[in-house]
Design a protein around this ligand. Structure first.
Ligand code: HEM
Length: 419
């Protein structure tokens, strides 16, 4: 295989520090895929990988591309064009990490702990609560001819579902949702919060999040007989070192973030995409069996987690391009999911597609919450389609995007309810 030298001006095609571009990156992704699929973004010292096959190969090779190094203690992204700007990719504490910021044995151990929370019986138990919650929310909205999909529907559903899965109770879940809303902005290069003013506010917010988790776990441990709490509650009970305590707190915070923001954004994207396509929405109301395909395609097109990172361990090759030891790799999931090499007519919703998308990642770090996400989407979309004669975009939606994620801050819709 020939090893080609990468271009050095790829940031002119795709600049992950440009807030406007992040809101609509698909044309830039396409140029990257065609012209520079393993592109060196010099000001950030980052390599952007944009083709489906390359994305899958990097995600499938944890020994060559480390998550621990990408999201560990020194994971700060800088930009030589904007001295002083620091984006924090660190998902680890001083002594402990979380499932997405570890490799090898540590990762396997933490993944087992989190996976136990997502077992089929636990999901089934949570599903009844989620279904009832969606029905209550829609009932309460019935008096209104318009509502905001994000604030009035997606956020309350996501808060309830992830709170129930972790086993923390509704009040704690609501506090953590407020914390997650704030910290999500820390990676937004266009947001003042991410700049100089961010640091104290963000640290305070993280401290509040950690305190909320500590007191909720203490209360659960005191209130539940040994062995009956969720995996994280029992891990807190058993924690006998600073590292174990830190791991549990960070795991709760990370899981909350992973299971809240992503699903809020996925739900908003899928509703936006579905209501824009009136015949499809009408078909959905008439035939709920079409729901699963619509959710899967909606998730591919949305790719709420637009990117993730890994760090090369030793000199590596990606699709014939050499990357040096320590290279920081930005894996463009949102681009891979629209790669015309594998998805014909990639910007169109086609629920019958056979190629698996990578919106939930691939390889050993593949999303642990995908079944919960699909379950929430099923209830929200299914109930909304069944309860309404029509749903249409009102305009005034606000897209939020940062280097890792994309979603909506607001998505106002007009509704006609069945009476
Ligand atoms: C549509 C919604 C969701 C999307 C698009 C999504 C996407 C992803 C992606 C792309 C990854 C892999 C990241 C990487 O390889 O670095 C991931 C990992 C993960 N997700 Fe999700 N996710 C969603 C919902 C959820 C939910 C609801 C939860 C929890 C309840 C969750 C928990 C996790 C966890 C714990 C990991 C880390 C797994 C590991 O590192 O082994 N996700 N997710």
């Amino acid at each position: 295989m020939t090893i080609k030298e990468a271009h050095i001006d790829a940031v002119d095609i795709f600049d992950p520090m440009d807030p406007q571009l992040l809101k609509a990156p698909f044309a830039a992704y396409r140029r990257l895929r065609d012209q520079d699929p393993v592109a060196y973004l010099a000001p950030l010292d980052v390599w952007a990988v944009s083709r489906y096959a390359d994305v899958r190969s990097v995600l499938a090779a944890p020994d060559a591309f480390s998550a621990a190094r990408a999201f560990g203690r020194h994971a700060i992204l800088t930009d030589s064009r904007r001295p002083g700007l620091q984006l924090n990719l660190r998902f680890s504490g001083d002594s402990g990490g979380v499932v997405s910021s570890t490799d090898g044995e540590d990762h396997a151990r933490l993944r087992r702990m989190v996976a136990r929370l997502m077992s089929k019986p636990r999901l089934d138990a949570v599903e009844a609560g989620v279904r009832a919650h969606v029905a209550r929310i829609l009932d309460a909205l019935r008096d209104r001819s318009a509502f905001d999909v994000v604030d009035d529907l997606a956020k309350p559903v996501a808060t309830k579902a992830i709170g129930d899965i972790i086993g923390l109770g509704d009040d704690t879940a609501r506090s953590l949702a407020a914390w997650a809303d704030l910290t999500a902005r820390a990676l937004d290069p266009g947001d003042e919060l991410a700049l100089a003013a961010a640091a104290p506010g963000m640290m305070l917010s993280n401290l509040t999040g950690a305190r909320t988790v500590t007191s909720a776990l203490d209360a659960r441990v005191a209130g539940l007989p040994e062995g009956t709490g969720s995996g994280l509650v029992e891990a807190w009970r058993a924690a006998d070192s600073q590292t174990a305590r830190e791991e549990t707190i960070l795991s709760v915070l990370q899981l909350f973030q992973a299971g809240y923001e992503t699903i809020v954004s996925a739900l908003a994207h899928i509703v936006a995409g579905s209501v824009a396509d009136r015949p499809r929405w009408a078909a959905l109301a008439a035939n709920p069996a079409t729901l699963a395909g619509l959710i899967d395609e909606g998730t591919r097109l949305a790719s709420p987690v637009r990117a993730t990172f890994r760090t090369a361990v030793g000199r590596q090759q990606i699709g014939g391009t050499a990357v040096p030891d320590g290279a920081r790799i930005m894996i463009l999931i949102g681009s891979a999911n629209r790669d015309e090499r594998v998805f014909a007519d990639p910007d169109r919703m086609r629920p019958e597609r056979a190629t698996p998308h990578v919106a939930f990642g691939a390889g050993p770090h593949r999303c642990l919450g995908r079944f919960l996400a699909q379950m929430e989407s099923r209830h929200v979309l299914g109930e909304l389609a069944a309860a309404t004669r029509s749903v249409s975009a009102l305009g005034g939606e606000r897209v939020a995007a940062n280097i890792l994620k994309a979603g909506y801050d607001h998505l106002p819709v007009a509704v006609e309810w069945h009476r």
